[in-house]
Design a protein around this ligand. Sequence first.
Ligand code: GLU
Length: 464
Amino acid sequence: MIITRFAPSPTGYLHIGGLRTALYNYLWAKRNGGKFLLRIEDTDLKRNSLEAAQAIEEAFKWTGLSYDKEIIYQSQRFDLYKEYVQKLLKEKKAYYCYMSKEELDALRESQIAKKERPRYNGKYRDFEGIPPLGVEPVVRIKAPLSGEIIFEDGVKGKISFKAEDILDDFIIARSDGTPTYNFTVVVDDALMGITDVIRGDDHLSNTPKQIILYEALGFKIPKFFHVPMINNPQGKKLSKRDGAMDVMEYKNMGYLSEALLNFLVRLGWSHGDQEIFSLKEMIEFFDPHDINASASSYNQQKLEWLNACYIKNAPSQRLWSEALNFGLDMRENKNADFLADMLRERAKTVVQFVHMTKTIIDEPLSYDEQAVKKFVTVLGVEYLKNYVVFLKEYNGGFEDAANEFLEKNGIKLKDIAQLIRIALTGSSVSPSIFEVMDVIGLKAVLTRLENFIYFIEKKGIENE
Ligand code: GLU
């Protein structure tokens, strides 16, 4: 069985790069009928693991990704790690190192002076004597002194590290007894039965160290897939300036979670030239072996385009349930479906969708100054006044009424359409004025037209 995991270090929120890693692991497990586990790497006790986990859970909930079993917290497993450190000590695969900080610093300086790579010199590797007093020892692993660590990365192909270049008897437990990062990852991945590790390629240099630990502990080595980073369009590290970093910010900006997942799955992976993937299709097609070996580039326009596609195809109910997040409750509104049909093709985000809806259903509190300057004329306002009188007496649909009125006055719709639009919505950009009228009804149409005329006359008309 394929078992994958997502193992975030808690930073207080879930980063979009992290969500992509989580998604890849999720899809690969689901595709194989396997399991996807979540582990919070919160050994840095200064951070609050509960809050961080809540932020991650919230993001998982929003995106609909689910994990199997309970969340594992590294902070609750210190005893377990200690046991495995002890095991390695007993088997003489690891040892206490009593080198003091001063001694280590001096060693480092002399190596740098000789233009050598600073590294531990193995002083206590085979030490049998009486340890020096007053030094709390660290525990170091006996790393291979020569040869190579070779592994087949599912994304990058064959990777090899020369023992003498890279490796060192690295520390697995600090002098206060706490385990180091590479050690906890290996113990956990092994005990959780992880078969496939899909993670950012910033961890590539940790992998040979982890392989040494797998071997020392007698655990089976999982398959590794190191996923290249997401860069900004300039090819640099993605930063806040390029877009949001926190997954939940995308929700606040009015993105649908399906659109975000679709966007992320394609950042670094493709399936022919298909752009739109339902979650079901992602599960059907995703294979980490097909992840691009080079970095991908974040493209905000693409995300907006995808979001617009998903909004365009979303059922009305779905859109109104999203609108609730922005304080708009249309569940009881009889025009809800009609409005959704009218607006879903025009909105790129739920925020825009809500804004457009409000522009229609709420009486305008102000009028777009530029639009007023541009479109309001003395003659136009005269027409508008006559139109109000005409509408009050007319029996029938808004479009028919307008046609008759235009004909009677010998004018065209464009002569008054913008004025009506500003009067109804406050702005000169809105869907068809007749659709807006249908939604708000005659009474509101008349009120809005009269309010606008009142406003204009009070203010004075600049254009002849
Ligand atoms: N905790 C690590 C991180 O957030 C991930 C460790 C791993 O995937 O092996 O970068």
